[in-house]
Write a protein that binds this ligand. Structure first.
Ligand code: B12
Length: 324
């Protein structure tokens, strides 16, 4: 017999791992839905860990079911809000619990990496579009960037490095993905009322996809994000950030020389004596793989996963606003 959502207990007893197992939804996706759509508001333990109830799990299973039927997450959230506003019950199908946890477990995002790589190295734009659209229908955008697009680029780079594909093919793939990301950057509304974050690449740095993915995520989260692209001179970016009263500058460095070119950014900000100086954060492969570079560059190392970096920025800006 199917039950209504309210029939399930709202006592908070399950940790994140248990919820992942019971719903087949990854922890990163759960956090993103919680943050972006306020889909559920789990209670917290004294030490801050999330605790979920049977009702939360039933709701997540229902959401998963709608998505398996082809709806996007934003559509499902809109349906849920409408049902709540109109006092309509949400019915949970009992069979879906076992189904989600076992045979109907959603495909992991990594399953789409090879199809995307194959489409790109065959110069098949139509197929690449199809694969990307499919992933956007199944996962949150940050998951697609980090777990599908990034590994696909790395795989293509390795194929080129091993001489298995030509430089033209590698350039095509990068240009295609860069184009998709730049397109996405324009999709989200411009929010001039939100803190401005300026994102770009360190001097001499031409690897820009990591910075671009990060800029799209910030834009998607509502920040007033300004993306500057490759190879930006540091004195210029600091001056612009101060003139524009930016809340933060975020720069990416993929190699040691470009990482070291960021050593003066924090000092330049301090020397400006601006009343509300921007914070400075950085990331990129150079810092991820060589911790000693992080000792040499003042500012906030934002980590190797842009999803975590977005959360960190929220916290940093909140602390700054509260005068911490
Ligand atoms: C595409 C590419 C290029 C393109 C870049 C085009 C563009 N518009 O971006 C071009 C052709 C320009 C290029 C040039 C070069 N490249 Co290249 N390139 C690549 C390739 C194939 C993919 C890089 C990429 O986009 N990865 C995807 C992104 C998303 O991942 P990521 O950069 O690692 O970033 C991750 C994190 O660091 C984080 N992140 C990144 N930035 C930021 C910023 C912030 C704020 C935060 C929070 C997080 C964050 O996000 C990502 C995590 O998901 C890699 C292959 C590989 N194995 O990575 C080689 C690779 C990086 N390139 C390499 C080399 C050697 C070069 C050249 C020196 C080649 C040459 N001889 O000319 C030049 C250097 C140019 C320069 N001055 O920077 C080497 C680097 C080796 C090393 N140990 O340093 C690699 C690894 C290839 C190889 N196997 O040898 N390259």
């Amino acid at each position: 017999m199917r039950r209504q959502l309210e029939d399930y207990s709202d006592e908070p007893i399950y940790n994140m791992k248990a919820v992942e197992q019971q719903t087949g939804i990854s922890a990163a996706t759960l956090r993103a839905w919680e943050r972006r759509y306020l889909l559920i508001e789990p209670k917290r333990t004294a030490s801050g860990y999330r605790l979920y109830s049977d009702r939360d799990i039933a709701l997540l299973r229902w959401v998963r079911q709608q998505m398996n039927d082809g709806l996007t997450i934003s559509r499902v959230v809109a349906m849920l809000e409408a049902a709540r506003q109109n006092g309509e019950p949400i019915y949970i199908e009992p069979s879906s619990s076992a189904a989600v946890a076992t045979s109907h477990a959603p495909q992991p995002p990594s399953d789409f990496v090879q199809p995307l790589v194959q489409a790109l190295i065959s110069l098949d734009t139509e197929r690449a579009d199809e694969v990307i659209e499919q992933t956007f229908a199944l996962y949150t955008m940050p998951t697609v960037y980090v777990e599908v697009i990034t590994p696909a680029l790395i795989e293509i780079g390795e194929l080129w490095h091993r001489g298995e594909i030509s430089i033209s093919i590698e350039h095509f793939a990068t240009t295609y993905l860069r184009g998709r990301l730049l397109g996405l950057l324009q999709v989200y509304p411009h929010r001039s009322d939100m803190p401005m974050i300026i994102v770009g690449c360190a001097p001499g740095e031409r690897h820009e996809i990591g910075a671009l993915i990060f800029a799209v995520m910030l834009r998607q989260q509502g920040f007033n994000t300004i993306y500057l692209g490759q190879d930006v001179p540091v004195d210029d970016i600091v001056q612009t950030a101060i003139q524009e009263r930016a809340a933060m500058i975020c720069l990416s460095a993929g190699n040691t020389a470009s990482a070291l070119a960021l050593r003066d950014v924090q000092a330049l900000i301090e020397q400006s004596n601006a009343p509300n100086p921007p914070l400075f954060g950085y990331g990129g492969r150079a810092f991820d793989s060589d911790a000693s570079l992080r000792q040499q560059v003042r500012g906030y190392y934002l980590g190797s996963d842009p999803r975590d970096a977005v959360n960190l920025i929220y916290n940093l800006l909140r602390a700054q606003r509260n005068g911490a």
